[in-house]
Structure formats: structure tokens, C-alpha cells
Design a protein around this ligand. Structure first.
Ligand code: UD1
Length: 379
């Protein structure tokens, strides 16, 4: 059996790593029925901090094939991946393509595969916000409807797919693969020296990430969010590893008279310590270490909402609609609005141990379940 695994952007690598490990384990156990897997990197993310550092942190093999598509408009990025991936498919003739998550490359690779009648599996199927204004929502919806295997994380995802008329025979609830990766790397993340490097002490800081186009591309919106973050930063230091998309706009904002003030927030009398520390993006181990040690996390990242739920760290989500309903129902996740209207209030209510439990099947065995299902159907 020959499988092509597609990775493209930062949030994909931690979903691919457990699959590669599970395939290796399966091959060790059943050498007579070897699975040949090839890793295809589309190159949607290409900076060291957005791509290579994850190969190092997650001990991922170098990609077998690199499409090098880089940045571009949505149509350019999607089109380039489709064209590049189609020639890979024609050459490699795989029995199955696995795509993960919801980035532009996920949809592009899925479309190229399905048009060549190659069976397609989508890991993290059924996730919905109902907001078609988010490119990720469009990517998720379309990928799900053309996939043969839909691997879901919870009953909420199953319900979404069933409501959309997808046959139940295609839906397989396997749990959350991000939990696999977290559990795989927890030990090495604990050894990261990031707290020392940033001069932070455990539970004495909050962590912020923002990258959704709807939150960071519009200057006025970002200013509003940052002004509300700045109010929280008066009470507790906030460390903000900024995505390149956000960084570009922060540079622009810093130059504007209105925003300088937000970036200067610091306790009275302390000249050198900024309470809002903006730094470049971090690797997986460092990021996980910060998540574990933060008093709470403010984010618009889907992946971080999952990680904080598994870790039991309070998560204040900068969105209007939940992406992962289960993290709100069972985990530690609270919506503060995409304009952060409720941020100050929620941040003021955070206790170190919010009640929340790890959802069923978010147990580190999701990749194994996926490989079992794929191979059972095959042999
Ligand atoms: C993409 C995904 C999003 C995911 C996010 C995680 C889509 C539609 N969006 O958003 O779902 O949560 O990745 O990071 O696929 N850039 C760099 N260096 C890089 C990568 C990007 O500087 O290594 C810059 C590019 O110039 C580009 C911008 O960041 O203009 C945005 O990159 P892009 O891949 O278009 O989308 P993201 O915002 O990263």
C-alpha cells in the first residue's frame, strides 16, 4: 500500500508526525504488509520558524517531495499546489492520499487527488464554525465533501457531517491527533529553556497568539484587539510570539502614532521591562512549554485551543464562534469575542486550575486508530 501524506503549513506538521510514527510501528509489526509512505511538503510555509524548526522538534523525516509553492493569493496558492501535486500523483500513483486540517494546501491536494480518482482521507474532518468568511471554513467544508475517509475528533464533528448529508459509513471518530503529538513531545517540551531565555516565571505570565486574517489584517480591528490586550498586560506580563502575517501589521502599527502606546505598556517606574513582549514565532517545544507554564492563554489558533484543553490551561479564544465545541463544553476554553470585548473580564476571573477534562479519545492513540482503519479496509 502506498500513501502520500501532505503537509503544508505550521499547524500541519504536528498532525503528520504521529501518523508517520504510527505507520512505522505498523510496518515493524507487520513486515509482510508494508505501507510505503511519502511525505509531500507543499511549501505554503517556508520560513525556518514556520516550517523547518518543526521538522527538528518533531523529529520528522525530510520531505520526500517539496513543491515549493510559497506565498500568494488564495487562488494562486491553491492553483500552484493543485498543479504541482497532480504531477506527483501521476508519477507516484498512490493508493491513498492523506490530508490534514484546513489550510489552502489541504483543499488543493484533496481536489487534485479526487479528480484522479485516488482515495482520499481527511484528518480533522467535520470541524465547523459556520463562518464562511474564514478561508479555513471553506477549505474544511469542501475537503470533507470529497473525502472517502473522514476522521473526526468528537461527536460534534460527526453531527456536523451527518447534518450536511455525508454518509455515516465514511465517518470514523478517532479522536484528536494533536493530542497524540502533544503527548509524544511533552517530555522534551518540559526541558525547553524558553522561560529562562524570556525571563519569565511559571504562572506569572499570559501567552498571546493572533494570526487569523479576520483579526490581524484590518488595522482598526488589530488596534482594538491590542488596546484590550494592553489593559490585561497592565496586570500580568504577556508574551506574544507573532506570526509573520501579524508581525507585518504590527510593524506597520508600531509606526503609527495611535499604537505606540500599546507597545509601551509597562509597570510604573520600570524602564526596561515591557509587559507586552512581542517576539518571533517559536518552535513546537518552546511553544508547548509556554502553554504549560502560562497562567492563561489568549489565542485565535485552533491548535492551541486543543493543546490547552489537553493540558488543562485556561484558554481565552479571540473568536465569535467556537471552532471546537467540545473544548468549550468539556475543556477549559472560553470565547472572548473576535474584538476581545470580554477579554479583560474573563482574564480577571482566571484561576490557575479551571475545571475541565480531556475529551474522550483525545488520548494519544488517534494515529494508531487511523492506520488501523485504513489498513483493515485494505487487506
Ligand atoms: C495559514 C492557514 C491557517 C493556519 C495558519 C497557521 C490558510 C488559508 N490559512 O494561514 O489556516 O492556521 O497558516 O500558521 O491556508 N509567511 C511568511 N513566512 C512563512 C509563511 C507565511 O512570511 O513561512 C507570510 C506570507 O508572506 C503570507 C502570510 O504570512 O503573506 C500568510 O501566510 P499564508 O500561508 O497565506 O496563511 P497564514 O496566515 O499563515
Amino acid at each position: 500500500m502506498k500513501i502520500l501524506l501532505v503537509a503544508a503549513a505550521r499547524p500541519n506538521f504536528m498532525k503528520i508526525a504521529p501518523l508517520i510514527r504510527a505507520i512505522q510501528r505498523r510496518n515493524d509489526a507487520f513486515p509482510a504488509n508494508l505501507i510505503q509512505s511519502l511525505l509531500v511538503h507543499t511549501g505554503q510555509h517556508y520560513d525556518y520558524e514556520m516550517s523547518q524548526v518543526f521538522f527538528e522538534d518533531l523529529d520528522l523525516p525530510e520531505p520526500d517531495i517539496h513543491l515549493g509553492v510559497g506565498s500568494g493569493s488564495h487562488a494562486e496558492q491553491t492553483g500552484k499546489v493543485m498543479i504541482g501535486f497532480e504531477s506527483v500523483l501521476l508519477k507516484e500513483k498512490p493508493d491513498l492520499v492523506i490530508v490534514v486540517g484546513d489550510v489552502n494546501s489541504t483543499l488543493a491536494a484533496a481536489l487534485a487527488a479526487v479528480k484522479l480518482h485516488i482515495p482520499l482521507a481527511h484528518v480533522e474532518a467535520g470541524v465547523r464554525t459556520g463562518d464562511l468568511g474564514m478561508p479555513e471554513e471553506v477549505n474544511r467544508l469542501l475537503t470533507d465533501h470529497i473525502s472517502d475517509y473522514l476522521f473526526t475528533t468528537s461527536k460534534y464533528d460527526d453531527d456536523n457531517l451527518i447534518k450536511e448529508g455525508i454518509p455515516e459509513s465514511r465517518i470514523h471518530r478517532v479522536g484528536n491527533i494533536m493530542a497524540d503529538c502533544l503527548m509524544m513531545c511533552r517530555g522534551s517540551a518540559q526541558k525547553s529553556d524558553v522561560l529562562k531565555r524570556l525571563n519569565l516565571t511559571p504562572k506569572n505570565f499570559a501567552l498571546l497568539t493572533l494570526h487569523r486574517p479576520s483579526n490581524v489584517d484590518d488595522k482598526q480591528k488589530l488596534e482594538l484587539i491590542m488596546s484590550r490586550v494592553a489593559k490585561v498586560a497592565q496586570k500580568i506580563p504577556i508574551v506574544f510570539p507573532a506570526h509573520p502575517r501579524t508581525q507585518k501589521n504590527l510593524d506597520f502599527l508600531a509606526a503609527s502614532a495611535d499604537v505606540g502606546a500599546y507597545l509601551q505598556v509597562r509597570p510604573q517606574g520600570q524602564q526596561s521591562l515591557s509587559n507586552l513582549l512581542i517576539i518571533p514565532p517559536l518552535g513546537y517545544r518552546d511553544m508547548l512549554n509556554l502553554e504549560m507554564n502560562a497562567l492563561f492563554v489568549i489565542t485565535d489558533s485552533g491548535g492551541i485551543q486543543v493543546e490547552t484543553t489537553v493540558l488543562g490551561i485556561p484558554c481565552l479564544t479571540v473568536m465569535d464562534y467556537p471552532v471546537w465545541q467540545i473544548t468549550h463544553k468539556e475543556g477549559t476554553n472560553v470565547l472572548v469575542g473576535s474584538d476581545c470585548a470580554n477579554l479583560e473580564r474573563e482574564a480577571g476571573q482566571v484561576k490557575t486550575a479551571w475545571k475541565g477534562k480531556r475529551p474522550a479519545l483525545w488520548d494519544g492513540k488517534t494515529a494508531e486508530r487511523i492506520v488501523d482503519i485504513l489498513t483493515k479496509n485494505r487487506y
